[in-house]
Ligand binder design. Structure first.
Ligand SMILES: CC(C)(COP(=O)(O)OP(=O)(O)OC[C@H]1O[C@@H](n2cnc3c(N)ncnc32)[C@H](O)[C@@H]1OP(=O)(O)O)[C@@H](O)C(=O)NCCC(=O)NCCS
Length: 173
C-alpha cells in the first residue's frame, strides 16, 4: 500500500479549506463516501464513470487521493481523484467532477489548484490529465490553468470518443 503519508493529507486539507471558493467542508474520501461518489460520477460522466470497485481501491489501496467537498447541508458538491506515479514523478488527474447545480462557481479551478498542490507535496514534477475532445468545459479549464495538449488518442473512451492528453510541468516544492 502506497497511500500518501498523513502529513501530506493534513497540509493538503488545510490548503483546500483555506482556499475553497464555497462554504462547506473538504475531506479526503472514506469508504462511507463511495456510494455518493459513484452516483455523482454517473451523473457527471456519460461514459467511463467511476465504479464502486475503482472508488474503493482508490480510497483504500491505490497510490491516490480522492478529495471531496460537501456543502454546509452535507450535499456532495464535487470531487476529484488524483493518482501518483512516483517513479515518473508524475501525478494524474483521473477525474474531477462538479455537480451541475454547483458549476460555474470556481470549484473546478479550485480542484486544479489542489491537484497542483498535491503533486508538489508528493514531489511530483509533472501533472497529466485527459479529457474527451468534445469536453469544452474541461479542456478550457485545463488550458486556462496552464496545461498544454500533448496528443490526441482515438477511441479512448468506452463510447468511442477520442481523448486529449494534457500536461503541465511544475517545480519541485
Ligand atoms: C469541467 C468542470 C469540472 C468545471 O467545473 P466548474 O466548477 O464549473 O468550473 P469553474 O467554475 O471553476 O470554471 C473554471 C474554468 O473552466 C472553464 N469552464 C467551466 N465551465 C465551462 C463551460 N461550460 N464552457 C467552457 N468553459 C468552461 C472556463 O475556462 C472557466 O473559467 P472562466 O470562468 O474564467 O471562464 C465541470 O463542468 C464538470 O464537472 N464537468 C463534468 C465532468 C468533467 O467533464 N470533468 C472533467 C474531465 S475529468
Amino acid at each position: 500500500m502506497l497511500k500518501a503519508p498523513p502529513a501530506v493529507f493534513k497540509k493538503l486539507l488545510s490548503f483546500a479549506n483555506k482556499t475553497c471558493p464555497m462554504e462547506g467542508t473538504t475531506t479526503i474520501a472514506q469508504t462511507g463516501d463511495i456510494a455518493d461518489l459513484v452516483a455523482q460520477s454517473a451523473r457527471c460522466f456519460s461514459t467511463n464513470a467511476l465504479t464502486t470497485r475503482q472508488a474503493r481501491y482508490s480510497i483504500t489501496k491505490g497510490n491516490s487521493i480522492v478529495l471531496l467537498h460537501r456543502s454546509k447541508r452535507g450535499e456532495l458538491t464535487s470531487s476529484c481523484l488524483i493518482e501518483f506515479y512516483p517513479k515518473q514523478v508524475r501525478a494524474y488527474l483521473n477525474a474531477v467532477c462538479v455537480e451541475f447545480s454547483y458549476r460555474g462557481r470556481g470549484l473546478g479551478r479550485w480542484y486544479m489548484t489542489l491537484f497542483e498542490k498535491a503533486a508538489a507535496l508528493t514531489g511530483c514534477h509533472t501533472l497529466t490529465s485527459t479529457a474527451a475532445v468534445d469536453n469544452e468545459a474541461s479542456l478550457r479549464l485545463h488550458l486556462n490553468c496552464g496545461f498544454i495538449v500533448t496528443g490526441q488518442q482515438d477511441d479512448y473512451y468506452d463510447d468511442g470518443r477520442a481523448a486529449c492528453h494534457m500536461r503541465k510541468n511544475i517545480r519541485e516544492s
